[in-house]
Write a protein that binds this ligand. Structure first.
Ligand SMILES: Nc1ncnc2c1ncn2[C@@H]1O[C@H](COP(=O)(O)OP(=O)(O)OP(=O)(O)O)[C@@H](O)[C@H]1O
Length: 206
């Protein structure tokens, strides 16, 4: 379970957020500048809150006045819109880069169907293929939670639907807390067990 309670002063308003994520997919939905990426960055350890607490299962990632847990020790998978694969490495090298277990990773490669791409370089594969590779790479580290920042928004509609289906299928197999940011309401309704509406750094009540 992921428990988030953070306060952070931003340029035009203060982020005041409190929510919990069980082994479910939570969608953060809201206008540009509402604070969605900042929340993910605080959880990932890229941005530091001013105060609050962030816990993942029994591990405290951040707590006011204490030394934050370093990014690489947080056990999180983070997937961005722009793929973020290492361009100089083959797909195989990319997905095995931080892997924990070879059998588990081989299973993932088979499940997501990227086996035929292993010898290719990122520039030789399509956007949808890159995003599948990025998803496999994130899950191969066996993260305890997954953060997705508009992961499919650069893809065409059919590819986006395929990738959404893939994510739902994988989540059924490996139930972990997932937080996903999207601007696409159809996607939010399809993937989210719950949708949190964010505006000016606060979660709006339904
Ligand atoms: N480290 C920071 N310190 C102060 N202000 C910040 C910091 N990071 C982001 N901001 C500001 O916080 C606000 C929220 O930005 P954020 O990127 O979280 O919004 P968003 O909801 O993800 O927007 P978009 O949908 O456009 O990606 C913006 O006004 C931004 O300028």
């Amino acid at each position: 379970m992921l428990n988030i309670n953070i306060h952070k002063k931003l340029k035009n308003y203060s982020l005041e957020i409190s929510f919990q994520v069980d082994n479910e997919i939570i969608v953060l939905f809201g206008p540009s500048g509402a604070g969605k990426t900042t929340i993910l960055n605080c959880i990932a350890g890229i941005t530091k809150p001013d105060s609050g607490i962030i816990q993942l299962n029994h591990t405290t990632l951040y707590e006011t006045g204490k030394k934050p847990l370093p990014i690489q020790k947080r056990n999180l998978g983070y997937l961005f819109q722009d793929y973020a694969l290492f361009p100089h490495m083959t797909v195989c090298k990319n997905v095995t880069y931080g892997m924990v277990d070879k059998t588990f990773t081989d299973d993932l490669i088979r499940t997501v169907g990227i086996g035929h791409l292993l010898d290719s370089y990122p520039k030789q594969i399509s956007g949808g293929e890159k995003q599948r590779v990025a998803l496999v790479r994130a899950l191969a580290t066996q993260p305890k939670a997954l953060l997705l920042d508009e992961p499919f928004s650069a893809l065409d509609k059919d590819t986006r639907i395929d990738c959404q289906d893939e994510l739902l299928r994988l989540h059924k197999l490996w139930k972990i807390p997932v937080i996903m940011v999207t601007h696409d309401y159809e996607e939010a309704e399809k993937l989210g067990d719950r949708i949190l509406h964010l505006n000016n750094g606060r979660i709006m009540e339904d």
